[in-house]
Design a protein around this ligand. Structure first.
Ligand SMILES: [Zn+2]
Ligand SMILES: [Zn+2]
Length: 350
């Protein structure tokens, strides 16, 4: 099969025409990949992974963890899917058997397997999904492959975060810091829930996109942002979202909350901060703030979200900026270091 391969961290990925095909175990499915998003976490994995979380890919590795496609083969124990099904999958593949899986939290499965880390990812003509009955989701005909490419990572991360974890309510003020894919998805989802959304970014172009996706107000990132948000909201946002994961977004997001507000952490850390940042802990204490994490989303939660996409309430297609070929994916990946990319690039030609 064709695959783009990380051979050395930080070196351009190399496209191979004869990479070995994924093996389909009895509980697995092999997909022909139709679309794969190029995610910020791919950039982090390409530059060395998340060693502070024990996540370092073994090289050579095929990246790509937000993809959709058509089932090409299923193992003998798979009962819910068959060859030819259109499917999407969350980026973390659950075992279906551990305590978290049994409690319905497959997204934080104790034995989670992540493409790139544990097997071939979606920068390839084919990939595999382990435990297909647990991890595959049928993709409705009405949703295109390109718009479904964001669903496996950034859109579900925001959906689970905003809907399930921060439990955003109609009429609440929600300020979203950083308007990359995860942030724009959070704007779109919070707006659909009936919240009043404030988008915060240093990029006017990203703020314009945020307005299109439902932001009622936009604020330019900078030292004055928390005060501006407290004024706009008469006392602070009920919920703030850090969609980037760095101290530069976490601190102002926490300082923009009203007393008893909730701070939702959606972005993963980076090589320079390595998962450790300084936070205004006395403000958290004095104002009884809550910090909430969110990681992916269970396959079983997809149908509710897919229904809202089909009805037009949510617009993941608006996050897609450009579609590229597998041969161009490496250039997109190398260009992501500066955080300047607007909207997402999706590989649609393999
Ligand atoms: Zn599990
Ligand atoms: Zn991702």
């Amino acid at each position: 099969m064709r695959a783009a391969v990380i051979e050395q961290f930080g070196e351009p990925v190399k496209v191979h025409d004869d990479w070995s095909d994924p093996e389909c175990g009895p509980r697995d499915a092999v997909l022909a990949v139709e679309a794969c998003g190029i995610c910020r976490s791919d950039h982090t994995l390409w530059t060395g992974g998340f060693p502070w979380m024990g996540l370092v890919p073994e090289l050579p590795a095929v990246p790509g963890h937000e993809y959709c496609g058509v089932v090409e083969e299923v193992g003998s124990a798979v009962t819910r899917f068959k060859k030819g099904d259109r499917v999407v999958t969350p980026f973390g593949h659950a075992c279906g058997e551990c305590e978290m899986c049994a409690s319905g939290y497959q997204n934080i499965c104790a034995n989670i397997q992540i493409p790139t880390m544990h097997y071939t990812g979606g920068y390839a003509s084919h990939t595999k999904v382990a435990n297909a009955d647990v991890n595959l989701v049928a993709l409705p005909e009405a949703i295109s492959y390109a718009s479904a490419a964001s669903l496996g990572c950034r859109f579900i991360t925001s959906y689970h975060g905003v809907v399930d974890q921060a439990a955003v309510q109609p009429g609440e003020w929600v300020a979203v810091f950083a308007c990359g894919g995860v942030g724009l998805a959070a704007v779109n989802i919070a707006n659909a829930l009936g919240a009043n959304v404030i988008a915060v970014s240093r990029s006017d172009e990203k703020l314009r996109l945020a307005k299109d996706l439902g932001a009622a107000h936009t604020v330019t990132a900078g030292p004055d942002a928390p005060e501006e948000i407290r004024e706009l909201t008469a006392g602070g946002a009920h919920v703030t979202v850090d969609a980037l994961g760095s101290e530069a977004t976490a601190v102002p997001a926490i300082l923009s909350l009203r007393p008893r507000g909730r701070h939702l952490r959606l972005g993963g850390s980076n090589q320079s901060e390595q998962g450790m940042i300084r936070l205004p802990v006395d403000v958290i204490l004095f104002q009884e703030l809550s910090l909430v994490g969110s990681f992916g989303m269970q396959a079983a939660r997809f149908p509710e979200m897919l229904g809202k996409i089909e009805s037009g309430a949510l617009s993941p297609d608006a996050l897609v900026g450009t579609t590229v070929s597998l041969d161009e994916a490496g250039d997109v990946l190398s260009s992501m270091g500066g955080y300047d990319t607007v909207a997402m690039s999706v590989i649609t030609e393999f």
